[in-house]
Ligand binder design. Structure first.
Ligand code: 16G
Ligand code: MG
Length: 559
């Protein structure tokens, strides 16, 4: 039998989406990303990939169209696995091969071979379900059609369009559908609002600054926050950059990436906001940073992902202490609390967390790596400095917690330990268990600040960041840099790490690492030291070393 006869629909559809010339796509840290206008064939093929993943797992998977904080003309596609996490990494090489297959025949060959190797029930009457989500990018509509066609080209696969969503909303839906729990968008909104309300009700009666001004990056996050606001009580939120006509372009001069990297106030913020508690979301609503616009020039005091992690860690640790110190919590020894950071975490944050007695684990950059590490704890908190993170609770711990709270509600109702149990349960319902989520993260920050009675200023003063500098080096081949130890050491090219170490040793509190970017064709350089001048100079020296070893291929820019 010919391939065409085995998979008649597949081949017909593939021909409608020719590959653009001279481009190679790779499933980087966050899926395939590129200029939106050349992505149709990639998205079509990602539709096939998602259908195969659903067939293989026998569960619903997700396909999200977004390019996060990239400019509005870009777009991208990534797959969410049945548990709501990122697509399993073992499938990435196949994903790369599939989207780059030069013609329909090659593509078909690849699929047939992969289906056989992976033992995927294909064409045997099984069905596949794929939830589709997209952000607000104009290219999203056409790409959605391409994704649907890709899915439809696989026998038995069904695409379910969930409309415009934040990335974490789609991941949440996939996870809930597969768990058999409520999974619509209004369920998501109600869950967040309800858990937030419960946490606030469980907090001491503190007076605090409740006003919060949020930069929505002119993207989907701002729009959804407006929606959520309608059913939220106890918070005074003003959303700017919601993406409405006339408010500006997606991610242009605004959004979490801009605020974090540039340490500058986003567009539509001004003198009236000086000293205010402000937050910024990224273009697809999975990153969150806080900031305080400062009186001088255009600057902000940045309250980044490390500070959010620290706030959450303090709160969770305190609740666990209340709970575990109470007699009768037999699982005291067994509760493991861990925090996961990347090498980009400011050294001051890591030192602070360690001083609290917390176990700090380093993971390579990219959510999929941090998430995996965090999932090894009963309660694992992960955050990248750029604001992407969440808190994971193990099923085992949650069932212990539920049982303990039920018990306490009859024996010690209203006690601090009872309340701590209830608080932890609500945190697990509020904070997205599938992936980092700016909306649920924001509500948890607000609930914890309220609980502590802290202003953003008090929170920001928990520790002071060490001065740091990020630069990028354009080189002939970024993949010539190979790292180990969660990207803190270069193993290739040989000799480079030794020279970086020598340079770093010249600076008090010096720390420096280089790594190939997973999203851009550059090598990134990070340096930290006791003064800004020293951090700048160390970063410069490291860039020069990278150039010397890898060959300079363009101008150096700020990260
Ligand atoms: C992607 C990652 C983000 C990471 C960034 C690093 C996800 C969902 N997103 O945006 O976590 O910080 O890449 O980019 O994993 P880089 O490799 O170019 O420095
Ligand atoms: Mg994002």
């Amino acid at each position: 039998m010919t391939h065409e006869k085995q998979h008649p629909i597949l081949l017909d559809y593939v021909r409608q989406y020719p590959l653009p010339h001279g481009v190679r796509f790779t499933y980087g840290t966050a899926g395939f990303r590129s200029e939106g206008s050349i992505l149709a064939s990639t998205v079509f093929r990602a539709g096939i990939l998602a259908a195969l993943r659903s067939l293989k797992t026998g569960s619903t998977v997700g396909l999200m169209l977004t390019a996060s904080h990239n400019p509005i003309s870009d777009n991208g596609v990534k797959i969410a696995d049945p548990d709501g996490g990122m697509m399993i990494q073992q499938w990435e090489p196949f994903a790369d091969a599939l989207v780059n297959a030069p013609d329909p025949e090659h593509l078909l060959q690849l699929v047939i071979q992969f289906v056989k190797e992976e033992n995927i029930p294909f064409g045997g009457g099984q069905s596949a379900n794929i939830l589709l989500g997209r952000d607000t990018r104009p290219s999203g509509d056409a790409l959605l059609e391409a994704a649907k066609q890709g899915i439809n080209s696989v026998v038995g696969a069904f695409a379910i369009d969930m409309g415009i969503l934040t990335t974490p909303q789609l991941h949440w839906m996939v996870r809930n559908i597969n768990k058999g729990t409520r999974s619509s968008e209004s369920d998501y909104m109600e869950q967040l609002a309800k858990s937030f309300r419960c946490l606030v009700d469980l907090a001491p009666d503190n007076t605090m600054e409740s006003k919060l001004v949020v930069d929505g990056a002119n993207g989907v996050g701002g729009e959804k926050l407006q929606q959520l606001k309608k059913i939220l009580s106890g918070l005074d939120i003003c959303v700017r950059n919601t993406g409405k006509e006339g408010e500006g372009l997606l991610n242009e001069g605004c959004g979490a990436d801009y605020v974090q990297k540039e340490k500058a106030i986003p567009s539509s913020f001004g003198l009236d906001d000086v000293g205010m508690k402000c937050a910024s979301l990224d273009g697809d609503g999975d990153r969150l940073v806080y900031f305080i616009p400062s009186a001088s020039s255009n600057n902000v005091d940045l309250v980044d992902g490390d500070k959010i992690l620290t706030l959450f860690a303090l709160f969770i640790k305190e609740q666990l202490d209340f709970l575990c110190n109470e007699q009768g919590f037999d699982n005291k020894e067994a509760v493991s609390l861990g925090v996961v950071q990347t090498a980009y975490a400011n050294g001051a944050s890591t030192a602070y967390l360690k001083k609290l007695g917390l176990e700090v684990v380093l993971a390579p950059t990219g959510v999929k790596y941090l998430h995996k590490e965090a999932a090894t704890f009963d309660v694992g908190i992960y955050f990248e400095a750029n604001g992407h993170g969440t808190i994971l609770f193990s099923e085992k711990f949650l069932s212990h917690l539920q049982a303990r709270s039920d018990e306490l509600s009859s024996t010690a109702s209203g006690s601090e330990s009872h309340k701590s149990g209830l608080r932890l349960l609500e945190v697990s319902r509020l904070i997205n268990q599938a992936v980092g989520d700016a909306l649920s993260g924001l509500l948890l920050v607000e609930a914890v600040l309220q609980y502590k009675g802290w202003s953003i200023k008090a929170w920001n003063e928990l520790y002071q960041d060490l001065p740091s500098r990020q630069l990028k080096a354009k080189v002939a081949d970024r993949n010539a840099v190979v790292t180990a130890n969660a990207e803190t050491k270069v193993v290739k090219p040989p000799g480079l790490q030794e020279l970086i170490d020598e340079e770093t040793a010249k600076y008090p509190c010096g720390r420096c690492f280089v790594r190939p970017s997973g999203t851009e064709d550059v090598v990134r350089v990070y340096a930290e030291a006791s003064t800004q001048e020293a951090a700048d100079s160390l970063a410069q020296s490291a860039v020069q070393l990278v150039d010397r070893f890898l060959g300079f291929a363009g101008s150096h820019q700020k990260a």
